[in-house]
Structure formats: structure tokens, C-alpha cells
Write a protein that binds this ligand. Structure first.
Ligand SMILES: Cc1cc2nc3c(=O)[nH]c(=O)nc-3n(C[C@H](O)[C@H](O)[C@H](O)COP(=O)(O)OP(=O)(O)OC[C@H]3O[C@@H](n4cnc5c(N)ncnc54)[C@H](O)[C@@H]3O)c2cc1C
Ligand SMILES: NC(=O)c1ccc[n+]([C@@H]2O[C@H](COP(=O)([O-])OP(=O)(O)OC[C@H]3O[C@@H](n4cnc5c(N)ncnc54)[C@H](O)[C@@H]3O)[C@@H](O)[C@H]2O)c1
Length: 464
């Protein structure tokens, strides 16, 4: 049986590990799907390219507030789509080509599953089977969309984030089941392109994992832009004779039907650990199906590491990238391993308006009995907010009242994912709120003044 020094399973973030530093290693990479994984092909990158096009399409709807009258003449969906995938598909194909022809790496195109201790069997896409062993493995198999067991869903047909961006034409009406990241981002994209969007949420508000005030503000704004159905349980989906799709939903006051042309299911993602049969090599998996790792990203088996969505509750690319760097270091330096740092994991929702967050929400701080002071700064009260005529956005900062250390920040409004970055930096490097606010220049009148002003409003004692 062939034995490798290292086998990486999954070509999303896992692919970034193998570089020239592994030139002397005998390495194999296994991939069952599209080379490059979720972020490149089905996730972060194409969605944000669609979001940018949507932001452009939405501009005329607000331009008159500046005294500029614009008109949206049309959205050429296939041109939007083909520009995006015309850029992405060649990157995926190029990466695949490189790996298949790189003499230092053996590429297996198929689904890997453990069949013994440090033994992997790959069911290759060409129908053959390969069995090999390795000293070290990296499990980087990611996650996939959850498909809820709604009667009629399979027979009717539906989209997930894997397929929705490749539609042949824009539908007139779309329903999105779910109320998280994917629902918020695609609601913006499709609505900006002129599609009638209905969000069907089980919860009483959208983006309910955000800070309560942010979730409430987003829900309020979404209700003005989309048809938002809260507290709905979809109990049946059916295809009608005219090709449209009927959803039957229960709500606290009874039942209702919704008819649309396309259906997007966006109710979360589950780890791809089941296909891998990790138990056969002794790798532990938790009750949510996540591969269990220690602070070095090592699984319960010496020499088998895991990273990204298959192991982490934060299903985010920057987290997978960070963990890939840790795993790479630990593979190359087994005597001097480093720990991954999950102290301040930020996230952003590229919805309309945009949202960004790091650290504790107010509810979390309260529930954990952590003392804090909070301050809120509205975009409407900073100079750049005047320029944008923003009336709904704000930043909330939470800090320890005694040390001034920032413990959380939550922003809803223009460029939130960019505006929050200095706060992530301050938290990561232990900079207190007052020093952060007064120890540097803040370019006037730029948007980060939102953060400066929020920090200065914190009731810190003593104010150093
Ligand atoms: C629509 C959408 C938008 C997103 N937007 C953002 C964003 O803006 N910012 C952000 O930070 N994150 C975003 N994410 C999340 C981000 O894409 C993921 O967190 C990240 O891609 C996970 O990387 P990974 O390497 O863990 O897994 P992946 O990139 O999914 O790679 C796993 C690979 O393993 C392969 N595989 C699985 N099982 C096997 C097996 N048994 N054998 C062989 N190969 C296997 C899969 O085919 C896949 O190619 C988004 C996700 C989605 C769905
Ligand atoms: N900007 C970003 O970073 C970005 C964008 C998209 C996706 N992602 C990642 O991908 C993950 C998956 O996104 P997502 O939006 O699918 O999941 P999500 O976890 O963000 O939200 C899913 C929502 O669906 C609800 N839900 C669950 N079952 C339901 C059901 N049967 N009917 C109706 N609602 C139901 C949940 O309560 C939850 O609020 C995210 O958690 C995130 O980690 C990140």
C-alpha cells in the first residue's frame, strides 16, 4: 500500500497548506467536488461580487435624496452572472491544473473515507478505488447546506447557495427559507435586481444571532424592502401545473400559502464529516458532527489535524485561513507547535444595510455576568453620515468599565465590515478604548469617526 507523508482532504482552505516547504514530502490531496472549495466557487467570493453589482443597481432608488435623479434601466442577469463566473471558474480550473501536474503532489479526484487507522480509501470519480495510508492527515472537508425535511421539497426542486447564483434567468418572485447570513445577502441581491423577495423565517426576527438592537433594526429595514414572514414554519412545498412553487406555512394564527417562481433554502450548513467515516481512524466527532480538535488543531489522533467548517462553529473563511496557517506551522514544526486564536472572531453580513460584529453582544455580556459599559454612535451624527443622509445605521461598543478593554462591537450601516477593522485590531492587541480613541489621528471626516465617537462616549472609570 502506498504511504504518504501527508494527505490533505479537501481543496478549500486545505489546499493552501501545501507549498514549496513541503517539497521533500510525499503528499497527496483528495477532492470530491469543485477544486478550490466553497469560498471561491459557491461562497464568499461570488456572493460579494453579486452584492457589489446589487449595490450599484440599488443606487438609483436612493439617489434623489442627494438631489441626483438616476434611473435603473435594466439588469442583464446573464452578463452579471457570466462576468463573475468568467473570473472565478478559470481560477478554480487553474488551481486544479496546477495540482494535477505538480510532480510533488498526487491528486485524487474522489471522495475520501477512512477505512482503518490512518488508512484512506478514495472512491474516484472515474469509478476506480484507491487505498493508501499516511503518517499525517489534514481534514479540511468543509460543510454543506442543510436541507430541512419539508414534505414535497425534494420532488418540487429547490436551490441552495450552491446553485442559486447560476440561474439561467432572474425569476419574477423568489422565496427564501431561512433568516441568517445567506438569506440576508441574497434578499439584497435579488431585490436590487428587481425580483419580488419573500423571506420565510421560523424565528421572530431576522439575523437573531446579532446584537439584539442590530437584529431589530435589520428586521425593521428588511420589512420595508421585502415581504418578511416571521414565525412561519414551512410544512409543505409543491410544484403547481404552471411551474410555480407553492409553500404552505403555519404561523401562530393559522396557515397561509405563498406562490413563487424559485425557492432558495438557506437554513444553515452542516459539517462534511459523515462521508469521511472518521471513527475508522479513531478521530472523534461531537454531537453536531464537528471533528473535535485541540488548541493545536490536532484531532484525537496524533498527526491528524482538522480545520475550517468541518471542525469550527464559526463557519467563516478568515477562520479557516487562520487555522490552515496554524496547521501548516504545526506540521512543519512538530516540536514547536502554535495554538489557534479564537478570542475575537469577527463576522460581517454583506446585506443591505451591511452588518459587522466582533466580541460579545450585550445579551451575552449580561448572561455571563460580565460588567460592561456601552455606547452607541449613529451614522446620522457624524459628518460622513450627513454626506450619505444615513438615518438608520449605528455602532455600539461595549467595554470593561475599569480597564477600558473593548469586549464587543456591533455595527449596522454603510461599510460596516471595513469600519469595524480597527476595533478588531484593538481587541486583538489589548488596546483600551480611551488610548485607542485619543492615541491616534482619525481622518476627518471619514467613516471611522463613527468608532472614535462611540469610544469617547463610553463611561469609563477612571478615564485615563
Ligand atoms: C453563500 C456563502 C457565502 C459565504 N460568504 C462568506 C463571507 O463573505 N465571508 C466569510 O468569511 N465566509 C463566508 N462563507 C463561509 C466560507 O465560505 C466557509 O467558511 C469556508 O469556505 C470554509 O472553508 P473550508 O476550507 O473549511 O471548506 P471548503 O472550502 O468547503 O472545502 C472543503 C472541500 O472538501 C471537499 N470534500 C468534502 N468531503 C470530502 C471527502 N470526503 N473527500 C474529498 N473531498 C471532500 C469539498 O468538495 C470541498 O471542496 C460563505 C459561505 C457561503 C455558503
Ligand atoms: N458574510 C458571511 O460571512 C457569510 C455569508 C453567507 C454564509 N456564511 C456562512 O455560512 C453559514 C450558513 O449560512 P446560512 O444563512 O445558511 O445559515 P445561518 O446559520 O446563518 O442561518 C440559518 C437560519 O435559518 C434558520 N432555520 C433553521 N432551520 C430552519 C427551518 N427549517 N425553517 C426556517 N428557518 C430555519 C435558523 O434559525 C437560522 O437563523 C453561516 O452561518 C455563515 O457561517 C457567511
Amino acid at each position: 500500500m502506498t504511504t504518504y507523508d501527508l494527505v490533505v482532504i479537501g481543496t478549500g482552505s486545505g489546499n493552501t497548506i501545501v507549498n514549496q516547504r513541503f517539497a521533500d514530502w510525499k503528499v497527496a490531496i483528495v477532492e470530491r467536488g469543485t477544486f478550490g472549495g466553497t469560498c471561491l466557487n459557491f461562497g464568499c467570493i461570488p456572493t460579494k461580487m453579486f452584492v457589489h453589482a446589487a449595490d450599484v443597481a440599488a443606487t438609483p432608488s436612493v439617489s434623489s435624496r442627494y438631489g441626483v435623479d438616476e434611473q435603473l434601466l435594466g439588469v442583464r442577469w446573464t452578463d452579471v452572472r457570466d462576468r463573475i463566473f468568467g473570473r472565478i471558474d478559470p481560477i478554480s480550473a487553474g488551481g486544479s491544473e496546477y495540482r494535477h501536474h505538480n510532480p510533488g503532489v498526487h491528486m485524487y479526484d474522489g471522495t475520501g473515507r477512512f477505512t482503518g487507522f490512518k488508512e484512506l480509501t478514495v472512491d474516484n470519480v472515474d469509478g476506480s478505488t484507491s487505498v493508501f495510508s499516511a503518517e499525517r492527515f489534514v481534514i479540511a472537508t468543509g460543510s454543506r447546506p442543510v436541507v430541512p425535511p419539508i414534505p414535497g421539497l425534494e420532488e418540487t426542486g429547490y436551490h441552495t447557495s450552491n446553485t442559486i447564483m447560476r440561474l439561467d434567468e432572474l425569476p419574477r418572485r423568489i422565496a427564501i427559507i431561512g433568516s441568517g447570513f445567506v438569506a440576508a445577502e441574497f434578499a439584497h441581491v435579488f431585490a436590487a435586481f428587481g425580483v419580488e423577495v419573500t423571506i420565510v423565517a421560523r424565528s421572530t426576527e431576522l439575523l437573531r444571532h446579532e446584537d439584539a438592537e442590530v437584529a431589530a433594526r435589520y428586521t425593521e429595514i428588511a420589512q420595508q424592502k421585502y415581504d418578511v414572514r416571521l414565525s412561519r414554519e414551512t410544512v409543505r412545498v409543491a410544484r403547481r401545473d404552471d411551474g410555480s412553487i407553492a409553500l404552505t406555512m403555519l404561523h401562530p394564527d393559522g396557515a397561509e400559502e405563498l406562490v413563487v417562481d424559485e425557492l432558495l433554502v438557506a437554513v444553515g450548513r452542516e459539517p462534511n464529516s459523515d462521508l469521511l467515516n472518521p471513527g475508522a481512524t479513531g478521530v472523534e466527532v461531537d454531537s453536531a458532527g464537528r471533528v473535535v480538535v485541540d488548541k493545536y488543531q490536532q484531532t484525537s489522533v496524533d498527526g491528524i489535524y482538522a480545520l475550517g467548517d468541518v471542525t469550527n462553529p464559526h463557519q467563516l473563511k478568515h477562520v479557516a485561513n487562520h487555522e490552515a496557517r496554524v496547521v501548516k506551522h504545526n506540521l512543519l514544526n512538530p516540536g514547536d507547535r502554535i495554538e489557534s486564536d479564537h478570542r475575537f472572531v469577527p463576522h460581517a453580513v454583506f446585506s443591505s444595510p451591511q452588518i459587522a460584529s466582533v466580541g460579545l453582544t450585550e445579551d451575552q455580556a449580561r448572561e455571563r455576568g460580565i460588567p460592561y459599559v456601552a455606547a452607541v454612535q449613529r451614522y446620522a451624527d457624524i459628518a460622513y453620515g450627513w454626506a450619505m443622509e444615513d438615518t438608520t445605521g449605528f455602532a455600539k461598543v461595549l467595554a470593561d468599565p475599569d480597564s477600558g478593554q473593548i469586549i464587543g462591537c456591533h455595527i449596522i450601516g454603510p461599510q460596516a465590515p471595513t469600519v469595524i477593522q480597527p476595533v478588531i485590531q484593538a481587541m486583538s492587541f489589548g488596546l483600551d478604548a480611551y488610548t485607542m480613541a485619543r492615541g491616534q489621528y482619525w481622518i476627518h471626516p471619514a467613516m471611522p469617526e463613527l468608532i472614535e465617537n462611540a469610544l469617547l462616549q463610553l463611561d469609563l472609570h477612571p478615564e485615563s
